[in-house]
Design a binder for this molecule. Structure first.
Ligand code: MFK
Length: 531
């Protein structure tokens, strides 16, 4: 009998161990800000590599449950979350994974701090980033709305650090008719005569994290025209003071490929009380701040999951021996991981650059040109990093050989959970079309990319300039159907080009040979996918 035992991959403090995050923060944060926030990041890194990771492995087989009826025949529609998610909620509140962005202790850079916390927290909590993203987006949407009654009522709960007071928010947009095409939504809002209160009637088909205390949703006030403009944005609270659903039936939980800890539901709204957030129309436009925040979270989650997979794979490469040496001594294995690392680093710099712009937009320190750039980069970043996350997760599993395909290693969930990232919050194609709609930001995009490589004379910088020129000339020369058909390749080229440009900029600032290698490798893999 063989006595051989393979040592499992392990994690250290996920902040201390993260060269890319630490080096990036050293570049973008003033020294006093970095020194002020370092302890919070190190503490989150300790939890992510320790307690939360252990709990995540122990929680692997648990899933949320829906109980529709109690023993006495009452409809209760109760959701029970798993132990990991209960702990995640507490830690998220106490450590300000949403709150940090709103306390604005460091002005616009608080958004970077908050995204760094989310990035460390996410991979050990089985997509608890989903309710947090929607909570963050709801807080931003309510604050932007100027509806002081709703701001006073809900925002303190969404941004508190007290777990007992903390609320999460849902984002109920998807209906059977309208997944990507939200304007097709059929839910009707009937106004109670002489009041500002409405009652909602309809079916919501894909509502993530249904355990939330409130939701922002879209419905069509009676008599409004079809399409997105005829919808209005509503605020509702999901349960009454006795914990009973407010005329909401949870019909079932979705049986999904991944994000299995997220209780995603099909709902019937049967007279659910709701308040208008803004005017009784233009719901798609009014919910856009929520979409942009959740898309930022999507990108941060994408780089976080890439980083987790790569961290485990690098650790394992030092422990696993095959063909006479550890995997970390095998040139082909090392080369394979280096390519994943380069993809991750490019994606990381783009996601956090969007966090920087978002922060400046929130503190109103953003120029008009940069506001247009943010509008353009949010879909570009979301679609590019989502695709990279799936590719990296698939390769990470393969880097473990058969072990990566075995559930109780805790590895396959990385691939299943990554696969949602290009789907929800706008698929790759929907966001590619959104990129075309946001093309006003291209002028600033071009100048930012050129500035990143302005004093750099090497092959990687030439790859950036050539891809940028190609993308711009493609856009100028292509019209109508051909432009729509090529939108995905165009958007991915823009995404990969700015990733490489930002990576080169960082490499030249840090002079770190590992970052320089990643930039050169990313350039060699290529960024221009237009044909
Ligand atoms: C892990 C972290 C992430 C976790 C989050 C998990 C939760 C997941 C739950 C979900 O997935 S919820 C469902 C998400 N659904 C989507 O994201 C829908 C995807 N479809 C789109 O994004 C379509 O492009 C869209 C619905 C917006 C198209 O609808 P319309 O009615 O054709 O909108 P149109 O005409 O493009 O835009 C209407 C207005 O909104 C315009 O403004 P004006 O009225 O002033 O002209 C647009 O400029 C504005 N707008 C649209 N998208 C915007 C925006 N403004 C700013 N930012 C945007 N992103």
């Amino acid at each position: 009998m063989s006595q051989f035992q393979q040592t499992a991959p392990g994690l250290k403090n996920q902040y201390d161990d993260d060269r890319v995050l630490r080096s990036y923060l050293a570049r973008v944060l003033p020294a006093d800000v970095l020194s002020d926030i370092q302890e919070s990041l190190s503490e989150m890194g300790r939890l992510a590599g320790g307690e939360l990771y252990e709990l995540q492995l122990a929680d692997r087989l648990n899933e949320p449950t829906l109980t529709q009826w109690d023993a006495w025949g009452n409809r209760v529609d109760k959701i029970e979350l798993t132990p990991l998610w209960h702990r995640a909620e507490q830690i998220a509140a106490e450590h300000g994974v949403v709150a940090t962005a709103y306390e604005q202790k460091h002005g616009s850079l608080s958004r970077v701090h908050q995204c760094a916390l989310a990035y460390l927290f996410t991979p050990s909590t089985d997509i608890y980033s989903c309710p947090l993203a929607m909570t963050d987006g709801a807080a931003r949407t309510l604050l932007n709305s100027g509806n002081q009654t709703l701001i006073d009522r809900a925002v303190p709960h969404l941004i508190t650090r007290d777990p007992k007071e903390f609320w999460t928010a849902g984002q109920w947009m998807t209906e059977l008719t309208g997944g990507s095409d939200v304007g097709l939504s059929e839910t009707i809002a009937k106004q109670a005569e002489g009041t500002n209160t409405y009652r909602l009637y309809g079916r919501k088909w894909f509502t993530s994290a249904i355990a939330s205390q409130m939701a922002l949703t879209l419905a069509r006030p009676e008599g409004n025209p079809p399409g997105g403009r005829g919808l209005a944005l509503f605020y509702l609270e999901t349960r009454d003071e006795h914990g009973r659903p407010r005329n909401i039936q949870i019909n079932r939980l979705k049986d999904k490929l991944g994000t299995r800890k997220v209780p995603t539901a099909e709902l019937t709204l049967d007279g659910t009380p709701a308040e208008l957030v803004k005017e009784a129309s233009d719901g798609v436009r009014n919910i856009a701040p929520l979409l942009n925040i959740t898309r930022l979270w999507n990108g941060i989650s994408a780089v976080a999951l890439m980083r987790r997979g790569i961290a485990l794979s690098f650790d394992y490469a030092n422990k696993r021996t095959a063909f006479g040496a550890t995997l970390s001594e095998k040139p082909l294995h090392v080369d394979t991981l280096a390519t994943l690392q380069a993809e991750f680093e490019g994606a990381f710099h783009l996601a956090f650059y969007v966090a920087e712009l978002t922060g400046r937009s929130e503190t109103r320190e953003i120029s008009d040109d940069d506001a247009l750039l943010l509008r353009l980069l949010t879909p570009i970043m979301k679609l590019t990093t989502g695709k990279q996350a799936v590719m990296v997760a698939s390769e990470v599993l393969e880097s473990f050989g058969g072990a990566g395909y075995v559930e109780d290693t805790g590895l396959p969930v990385l691939l299943r959970d990554s696969q949602v990232l290009p789907i929800w919050e706008g698929t790759t194609n929907v966001l590619a079309l959104d990129t075309l709609r946001a093309a006003q930001g291209l002028k600033r995009f071009e100048s930012v990319v050129r500035e990143c490589v302005e004093n750099v004379d090497n092959d990687a910088a030439r790859v950036v300039r050539s891809a940028l020129d190609h993308a711009m000339s493609w856009l100028a020369e292509t019209k109508d159907e051909a432009r729509e058909a090529g939108a995905r390749r165009f958007s991915l080229t823009l995404g990969r080009t700015i990733e490489l440009a930002l990576l080169i900029k960082h490499a030249h600032w840090s002079l770190d040979p590992k970052t320089v290698n990643s930039a050169n490798r990313f350039a060699s893999v290529g960024v221009d996918v237009i044909f």
